[in-house]
Design a protein around this ligand. Sequence first.
Ligand code: GSH
Length: 230
Amino acid sequence: MLLYSAPLSLFARKVEIALAEKALKFERVMVPFSQTRGYSPKHPAVVAANPKEQVPVLVDGGLTLYDSTVIIEYLEEAYPQHSLMPQEAAARARCRLLELEADEILLPPVRKLMHRTELPGPDFARHEQQEAEAAEAEKLILGNYSALTARLDSQEFFCGTFSLADIATFIVLHYGIRLGGPSLASHQNLEAWYHRLLLRPGFALAVQEIAAADRALSHPVAPRQPGSDK
Ligand SMILES: N[C@@H](CCC(=O)N[C@@H](CS)C(=O)NCC(=O)O)C(=O)O
């Protein structure tokens, strides 16, 4: 299997963690990325494989797929060992919904923090505007932490057993923290869940590689002030 990934691509990291959890070996091609030019120039294989010209792209024998959700669903069906889904239909549907919510509900406010790793430009007014929007987004992120804490309740994982919902939720929360967003300190069972996942080799490796990519590519994000997450 061959995965087209990128050093700071949240969606590609989601697939990398799923592959690691399933103990599937893969080759990886890191497409070009920089904070100033984004994904330009696009990798020709990604342009050829995906009409949206985005990573991740997975090639498995004669099959080429794009979109992290479609790729993980395929991996789950083609390689059922180390399942990333519960068994029962309603539980599977809930789990898929949690993945969708990670991508479509949890991620939008985290996107509002992404300017922080870009090299700051000369337009100070624009920066102030971005930070004002980030402050509003951080309130939404804290609200999302509370909703997730209630949903996790006393379970070890979001769908009872470990699943793709944990992968999708973890990676978005990790990006928020990496971008100087609220810490999990005031949400104890969510914080414990986050640290439980970090003990799994695929998660730990992704987090290490993202930190290394930030050191190489990103503007450093100011450390969060203790006590600022109420
Ligand atoms: N829904 C897609 C989103 C993929 C996506 O947004 N990929 C980003 C990197 S995280 C990308 O390749 N962006 C380049 C572009 O849009 O031009 C998925 O789940 O894979």
